[in-house]
Design a protein around this ligand. Sequence first.
Ligand code: CMC
Length: 431
Amino acid sequence: MAESTKSAKLSIDGKEYELPIFAPTAGPDVVDIRKLYAQAGVFTYDPGFTSTASCDSTITYIDGDKGELLHRGYPIDQLAGNSHYLEVCYLLLYGELPTPAELEDFECRVTNHTMLHEQMMNFFRGFRRDAHPMAVMTGVVGAMSAFYHDSTDIADPWQREVASIRLIAKMPTIAAMAYKYTIGQPFVYPRNDLDYASNFLRMCFAVPAEDYEVNPILSRAMDRIFTLHADHEQNASTSTVRLASSSGANPFACIAAGIACLWGPAHGGANQACLEMLNEIGTVDRIPEFIARAKDKNDPFRLMGFGHRVYKNFDPRAKVMKQSADEVLDLLGVENNPILQVAKELEAAALADPYFAEKKLFPNVDFYSGIILEAMGFPTSMFTPIFALSRTVGWISQWKEMIADPQNKIGRPRQLYLGSTARNYVDIENR
Ligand code: CMC
């Protein structure tokens, strides 16, 4: 825990309260209000947590004004350019970049856990074929606690480690199987001689009748999508994982909660919503109509894939993702795809519009990831599952950090109550 270096004074009804201030290694100072209710009998009010630090953490740092994202201090563009997903997983989980021997050992441990318990196949088969893969993933990941009893005791560091490796290793298998199930194709089992991204692509696109040759450019783009989504400090799904685990729930249940939260269109569901929006726009000539709708206060429509709660300059992940999008589109020769044409023109039109500039709304990572995944042949329903599998390491790293913290206590926010005060029950015949 940080040391308090200065303090703030709060005056309520003529009485003064001194609140310690913590200095972070980067970012704004943090006023410690933990004793405020006990001392002053008041709560603070911050729905949406726009000014509230819910924990201390050493994993990820974001400076939204500078467009900076650091994992354990390393800038995301350096990691996306020079590293690869499993190395970034190691960094997030253990705090340092691995030596060659550490990386080999980690990759070997992940690779040896890629298969699912065969009985879990029955779980997939219980779903309707038209189920959304996120619904299947939420259910199957939650069900892991019924299959892996030897890694649910959160008080045992070894079990926590085994659960972490299992989740990172099995998530691509679960996401690919959820996809195969919803398109009525047989499951493709993992192959441990392939790297993490290539294995996932093969499990999604191979069929028993014909193997799938993994293109290294697509595999690299896939790995980048995983890397760019690996962690993002205390976002909604990560906070959900932390809140769920603060009660002592097992890791599989907590990650299932994170997946459920990620599904929403304001969070991980934005990449699917973005592609659906591009399809709805359909042709370049309709772009002005949709831009006008996004600017209209009386219309709830928003440009999906634009804006971010924290990044108010640019999304550093989007910069790298745009580069990948160009590479993939070049390789696949999809310049005549009308939807991708709409995406390009919409990006240019929004960036040139003062409304978006004034409100600091820029394309976010999901704008470009959706374009890449569409070009690769993924249906829109798989976009959010791919985000979920990438973010699993972030959820786990934050969960491990929280459990190991001796200050960890159950999360229990308070409220500003605006309902009725106490009143007497009225019998039904007298209402
Ligand atoms: N299109 C049009 N107007 C927008 C948009 C948008 N995409 N995003 C924000 N605005 C406007 C909004 O109407 C508001 O205007 P005003 O001040 O006049 O009321 C202003 O910008 C601020 O918006 P806000 O809702 O207060 O900002 P927020 O920080 O609460 O919302 C957001 C952030 C990401 C939820 C929002 O920008 C949004 O809904 N974007 C579209 C969904 C999306 O792409 N989400 C993916 C985020 S990146 C992936 C991830 O990390 O999960």
